[in-house]
Design a protein around this ligand. Sequence first.
Ligand code: BEZ
Length: 253
Amino acid sequence: MNIKWNADKYNRDFSFVHQYGQGVIDLIDFNGKSTAIDLGCGNGVLTKALKEKGLSVTGIDSSEEQLRIARELYPDISFIAADAVSLSVRNPVDIVFSNAVFHWIDKDKQQTMLSSISRSLKEGGQLVFEMGGHGNNSLIHSALSDVFERHGYIYIMPFYFPSIGEYSAMLEAAGMEVTYAVLFERPTELKGDNGLADWIRMFIRTPFSIIGDKEEENTIILEAADILRKNLFKNGKWYLDYVRLRMKAIKSN
Ligand code: BEZ
């Protein structure tokens, strides 16, 4: 995963990503635990929240732009540039936490990533995370697929949104035992009249790489937003059709 973010816009207009992360932190058992990794830490807001729980925590992200912001905001926390797939630590930790990151990893790299995480955990250590789950943004991807086809292109959905069963099997294969799993819908409000088009521009990048013409790209986004208006625009506000997968798994042997 190597996306170049407009980190300022991300943090200003899409701050709900971190706000919802607080609920994921509540799944952690902090009793007697001292060390943690925030995998895909972004701007470090949740890394800071973990530190405030008394943990010695390291934030890891592949985006230098997000890390620059995290280091500026929280100079007392260690932030390291690394890819989630090849996580490797000298000293295994009590907790690996991750919010809204795993769906960015290609399906064929997920097992490698989960095995690296498992190796980075102490025996009995916790992996606690939220990601997009099965059915996430299905209306958005279906509308984009229709509009791409209308313009003579094939839309390739760039994310991995697993079911509880599918991901549980991968966690177990990586040597972790699932102790909590929930898949739930969370319609998520966006800011502004162009909220959905802005969100698509910010987050759905790779499918547009085949288009090459900025004007046509913009037309496609606006046509998709037009299709989606009847389902995702309510009482003057745009909502994302989010489905979240929250899980907790314990490193076993
Ligand atoms: C998500 O958090 O579900 C998500 C964010 C950006 C793009 C796709 C999915």
